[in-house]
Design a protein around this ligand. Sequence first.
Ligand code: ATP
Ligand code: MG
Length: 574
Amino acid sequence: MIKKKKETADITPSVSSPTSNFIRDIVIEDLNAKKYDSRVHTRFPPEPNGYLHIGHAKSICLNFGIANEFGGLCNLRFDDTNPTKEESEYVESIKSDVTWLGFNWDDRLFYASDYFEQMYQYAVQLINDGKAYVCDLSADEIREYRGTLTQPGKDSPYRTRPVKENIDLFERMRAGEFKDGSRVLRAKIDMASGNLNMRDPVIYRILHATHHRTGEKWCIYPMYDFAHCLSDSIEGITHSVCTLEFEDHRPLYDWFLNELKVYHPQQIEFARLNLSYTVLSKRKLVEIVDKGFVNGWDDPRMPTIAGLRRRGYTPKAIRIFCERIGVAKRDSTVDIALLEYCIREHLNKCVPRVMAVLRPLRVIIDNYPETLVEEMEAINNPEDPGMGTRKVPFSRTLYIERDDFREDPPKEFYRLAPGREVRLRYAYFIKCIGVVKDEQTGEVLELHCTYDPATRGGDAPDGRKVKATLHWVSAEQSITAEVRLFNHLFVKADPNDIESGSNFTDYLNPDSMEVLTSCRLEPGLEGAAPGSRYQFERLGYFCADSVNYTDKAYVFNRTVTLRDTWAKIEKTQK
Ligand code: ATP
Ligand code: MG
């Protein structure tokens, strides 16, 4: 049986000290200045409207990473202020993904919805201070009145409503007297501000919808900008880290907290992760799941944490990736080859190597005894002698990879061909002496070979060389499996760059998955646990599927090939 190494539980990336970045520098500066009583308290605030993706992993590693590094705390907070798009399924998946990535919020699991009453009271305070008003304009009218980047907005006719009337209307909004969209509560800031977000933004809207936690209790809901800064304030967050698109919202973040005279964290923005050949927008991921372009959120082709996990990614490889891409102030796209490089690097050291044949071609060793089965000694991982060796059965009838034989070998093809000798890994030299073909189709059905007993597990005593070493399995002793190979989800490096008249789904790769159903694995893989990872020699890293997996039907997903395209990219970039 193959010894599997236990996945290490430590959460430190491979580098000994974390790579510095500007957010870390701000935290260090604040600690030196004893700002926030020398506390560090961050949060990861997902909206439960989809599964987490690799972009979220960057934010998770950053927020939890900074808290861990400086002896601080990091909260998990669900930003659940939009009941129409949010579901408990997403809440559960997010919790399990954060945990799987190796982070821990202890007892600090929060929901923005827990603060609805408090937020309501803050809104009342703004009204009483003459800083908010109920507006009866429709959504379209509000947009019209807002003006543009080059033109100032116009005051709403309801802007001067007396405080008493505003309080009365806001209470009645809460009581459910009005229809969706008929009224909103707006902050009274500045309709001529150069920042559109400051032109009397909406802070409450009417929405008669069932909330996944508060049920029917509320029919008015706070908007993101109002809820987010207050949630941060209520939780005593010190550094509120978010992505760049919120930079223009920061004046509003500060305005609410200043006007309400409450504890005031600082918002810091960083560039979101973009990855080539995929999309990292929940809206788009929801669309490809709902329209059935993939088989659910955990389809191994998805850039979701659940998809990457099912595909065979390790939490550590994802953390190392997040460390390597760094944290910047400018948007950029990371080559997906870097992500693949990180998982390859990690698996290379820690998973056992085995032999598997994806497209089997039968080979009969004519001079090998009919009933003999030998146990050949194979090394589990040359990178780690501690992983030991195992026995692999060898017999008269074997399978090799169809690609490893050519009847008319082209010039650079050194593998098996008529009359040619190659090495079978951990076994013997074999020489092809016959080809059996289907008379009608010409398809090669099986090969006949001879073996040289003197080459067992090593070289030929007479010093003759072979140019190729092939993997193989014994026909009778091997087990059958289905193996799924994956390509990029999109054919276009930037699927967000959409030509007019197209949709991003037009760029989905029709060949993103190839299913091979008659693969043969060495018998040691019998009983391999779902989720267990291997290198199939010469073919890549594979992971036993954790969904379509039973004791009888083995399904393996290819995590990544052995080909390192990243090294090449790095070289050309230098
Ligand atoms: P999406 O655009 O996919 O819908 P979002 O920003 O709406 O993402 P949230 O659930 O609000 O998703 O995100 C939670 C946190 O993760 C936020 O702080 C957000 O800034 C961060 N985040 C989301 N996408 C990325 C990304 N691609 N790279 C880095 N951080 C991200
Ligand atoms: Mg969001």
